[in-house]
Design a protein around this ligand. Sequence first.
Ligand code: C2E
Ligand code: CA
Ligand code: CA
Length: 722
Amino acid sequence: MTGFTGRDNNVALQNFGVVMDASPDALLALAADGTVLAANVAAARLFALEQEAFTGMDHRQLFGEGFRDDVAQLLDLLHSLPEGHPTPRDVTALRRDGTEVPIELAAALLPRHHEGTPTTGAGITDPAGARLLLSARGTAHRRTADANLREAMSLLAATLESTADGILVIGTDGSVAGFNEQFLTMWGIPPELMQGTSDEPVMQLIVGQVADPVVFAARLGELQQEPAAESHDVVEFRDGRTFERYSRPQRVGEQIVGRVWSFRDVTPRRRAQEQAQQAMMDLAVQAEKLRAMAFQDPLTGLANRAVFNDALAESLQEPRLKTVDVLLLDLDDFKEVNDILGHQAGDDMLVEVARRLRGCVPTADVVARLGGDEFVVLLTACPDADAIAACIVRCLHVPVTIAGTVLRPSLSLGLASLGQDSVGPSELLRHADIAMYAAKAAGKNRFLRFHPDMMQALVQRTHMEGGLQLAVARGEITVDFQPIVSHRMGQVVQLEALARWDRDGERIPPSVFIPLAERTGLISEIGAEVMATGMVQLAQWLSEDPSRSLAVNVSGVQLQEPDFAGNVLRLAEASGVAPYQLVVEVTESVFFDADCSLIQQLSALRDAGVRVALDDFGTGYSSLGRLQDLPVDTVKIDKTFVSMVRTGNERLPILSSMINMAHSLGLTVTAEGIETAAQADYLTALECDSLQGYLFSLPEPGDRLHQALHHAGEALSALKGR
Ligand code: C2E
Ligand code: CA
Ligand code: CA
């Protein structure tokens, strides 16, 4: 109000009315007693009164009844503190129509020197004696703005509290300006800590939780230097949680007043991501394993059949390749290793074979295991496949200790090469297969190159199977008898029945048709035929002397028959042969995967008096130590041991131990394959119980039995005479 004072008071007063009317605020000039002396245009508008109507009014009539005391207080305050500027009051203006409008009311004292001076100001007729000036301003617009602000604020607060993010606002001075509940929860900050005067404990609590406090603090420092920067980073917690941290400057207008931090717990999301990643990795590993399995033999690590087939097909399509060789090999007598030493030993053997094989052919295109004990090698551009084949046979035949037993793996290998005429891949493999069978038939532990003649052999083999099926029915199976002598008793004590097959005038050796009969199951029929024929043809000879006996070879397949023992005993009874005059010869291998029914069959026979002989003793992979566990009465020492006796002067402890061992177990011993007197003498000296072999007689048919017995007697006498 200093504008109303001046050196020239008259001029000021003249202008008073003009100045008042120019003000947007309602102005009321009051006398000392509170009577209104003048009002400006804005006042007329605010109170809805003619400007003239104000003059002489009690100012209190102009304010809402409830606010008149406030107005009085304002004026009292003004009088008591003339130099002060009391804060404006929020009151209401009472309009002529009785309505009230909110106003902000200020008051000021007027200087006294214009007293008595008339004025010509518009609307203010006589402001002389005015002591107070009231200034009123409508606040209706302010109230809506306030309400809007409050609403906005509550909305903001509700939003901040409902968000999953933790929010912290830090002023530029570094003090905490605001935060939400979530912020406290996320950082585990007790609310009372935030009320404290110092931010230090809060900061300590925060920094103490992060995995890398140094980086965390450094980032804060950096941002303090750059108030306008926005930030986004990840904070790792010591307890394994992960927060995303955003921050942006807090502005009021253009001014930056602080920084808003927002923290989001992304631990579950990150864990889910990690799990997904782990699952992907596991899947990749599995896929890799599956892929490897699809191409690899799991036992030996060699390639599998699929890989070989692909490689072979590919090599045959490659016109530049002049040579393609397939070497197919199969271990000899692998089944025995498996049966006798167990599957683990079998597996060990296959692994060792694979290792050696790979060593033999480092430049091979593929070395694969086709399954079981069958392997194949593919060579392309190999100058001398025969040399490689020979090398494989040689290298594999080196002894190896498996399951405590020294074994000499041996294999039969068939070699087929891409010749001048184009052959398909399956044909090449088939040729190798035929050659391999030929190698087996030729005595195993060797390789043979495919030759078209071998096809003939194959045809014969197939042909033979058909023939064997009809052999019994056609009467082609006959029996030869070979004498077994007792040197001590000086006579033939036993005859072994040996099957013979004459087919279209051609004699097929038992070493060919017996394995075939065993594979096809025909051995049951053939064995029964041999047994029946043997009993019938020897019934007479046996009846002459109860110490004489008939030995019959029995395959494992036959012992699987549920009523084998019963059939044998019935057959004996029907032929008039006493069971104790019967010997069944079995090989060791029947015992290795022996089930109880097989043992039961043998027990039933032995209970009836039938004796059991262990044929070909010493071959195979079993040890002498097993002998005591087997339900046998006799061992037949295989001819390979007998053949070691040449001059009769050699020391052969293996023979003496075998015989001693058998004797100590109460078993009798027969030596097979005696061809020379020296062998007969040697075995007799070792107290072998009986002898068998060409020295005494070849196997002879029933109608030549007499000659066979005679020859054996002669040979015995000759021995005695030495
Ligand atoms: P095995 O049971 O060991 O029969 C003895 C084999 O040795 C017979 O061969 C016999 O002729 C032969 N042999 C006898 N003395 C001598 C000798 O001094 N020197 C040589 N080098 N060999 C001699 P064969 O008759 O060819 O029989 C071969 C195999 O066939 C038999 O061996 C036997 O395992 C099997 N076999 C023969 N007949 C039957 C049968 O009816 N049933 C069954 N399951 N197998 C049979
Ligand atoms: Ca035999
Ligand atoms: Ca034998």
